[in-house]
Design a protein around this ligand. Structure first.
Ligand code: FAD
Length: 301
């Protein structure tokens, strides 16, 4: 870790060594050097503008796509509190704060008779994480419904970026390093609330049947290589159920890794690397990580 950082003034809170494992889906990994929760957009922008540009800033949602390494994350981790979770409707558009959960946005759209956002029901993350990751399911992804996003850039400037500027590709965007998405504007199309609700229920039931939703996991571990499914390659390489310590390849869906209880982030990452090695040996294909691996491992400077 760096020497103690001298932080600029903040209306919200800044906790030194703030725990991330308390809420990250895997429930493991080290702390943030500083865990910062601004009280509103101006507070965040002011803080970022006064913060030494050499200090790294990493926003975090609910960590449903993260392995936080065991020695933690240097610099600032920004977690947006509930004041950033407001959701409102105007016509067939939904404006959502970046801390709102996907299910909340989908439900609000359903109640207002706005279709096309149902897939957000199945993604257990925040709007900020979804905009950054171009989260998607069932043939739709964020770039299909996003009109624009409001970002606080690393220098503290507040900018509204139209979808085109975000450079979307599969599970990737060009949200700049250190920028925090604070709000998104989504657009759907008119629909019957009962039909939208039925589609959301179908998505929920399908997820329940096929994914280890109640486990400590990080979602799909590897991207699907062109023309094939990561889980099929992992299965064919004999990795279903494979374990390193308390880290296990899910028996239910083998593109998910699980923390069975006391797995360290190093165990989980080592298991992922072992899966990649075996898949490459068996199929010649090198899987690419979809889960974001952040922070420092034990023993790293
Ligand atoms: C059971 C399960 C099922 C899943 N199913 C799917 C699925 O079907 N489709 C899919 O796409 N994903 C899926 N995921 C992965 C995950 O839910 C998504 O990637 C989600 O968008 C992550 O949101 P988050 O808020 O938890 O982001 P985090 O995991 O906290 O962060 C992910 C990335 O987004 C960045 N980020 C987070 N918040 C912000 C912000 N406000 N501003 C800028 N950057 C930010 C982080 O720095 C990090 O790089 C699944 C995960 C689980 C556990």
């Amino acid at each position: 870790m760096n020497p103690v950082l001298d932080l600029p003034r903040l209306e919200g809170t800044a906790e030194r060594g703030g725990a991330l494992a308390d809420f990250i889906w895997f429930r493991t990994g080290g702390p943030a050097e500083w865990l910062v929760k601004p009280c509103d957009v101006d507070d965040l922008a002011g803080f970022m503008s006064r913060l030494d540009p050499a200090i790294t800033v990493m926003p975090v949602g609910v960590g449903s796509n993260l392995i936080v390494r065991d020695a933690g994350v240097p610099g600032i981790v920004v977690r947006l509190p509930k004041s950033f979770a407001k959701v409102s409707v105007d016509g067939d558009r939904v404006r959502a704060g970046a801390a709102a959960m996907g299910i909340t946005v989908a439900s609000k759209a359903r109640d207002a008779g706005i279709g096309g956002l149902e897939f957000l029901r199945g993604i257990p993350g925040t709007v900020g994480g979804a905009v950054r990751m171009n989260a998607g399911a069932y043939g739709r992804e964020v770039c299909d419904i996003l009109v624009e996003a409001v970002l606080v850039l690393r220098d503290g400037s507040i900018e509204t970026w139209p979808r085109e500027r975000l450079g979307y590709t599969y599970r990737h965007s060009q949200v700049p390093d250190g920028a925090v998405v604070v709000e998104a504007l989504f657009e759907g199309k008119p629909g019957e609330p009962s039909a939208i609700g039925a589609e959301m229920d179908r998505i929920a039931a399908e997820r329940e049947a096929s994914q280890p939703l109640r486990s400590r996991t990080g979602g799909s571990t590897f991207k699907n290589p062109p023309g094939t499914k990561a889980w099929q390659l992992i299965d064919a390489a004999g990795c279903r159920g494979l374990r390193i310590g308390d880290a296990q390849v899910s028996e239910k869906h083998c593109n998910f890794l699980l923390n069975l209880g006391k797995a360290s982030a190093a165990d989980i990452e080592a298991l992922g690397e072992e899966v990649r090695r075996r898949v490459r040996e068996q199929s010649g294909i090198m899987l690419e990580w979809e889960i974001q691996r952040v922070g420092r491992g034990s023993g790293e400077e």
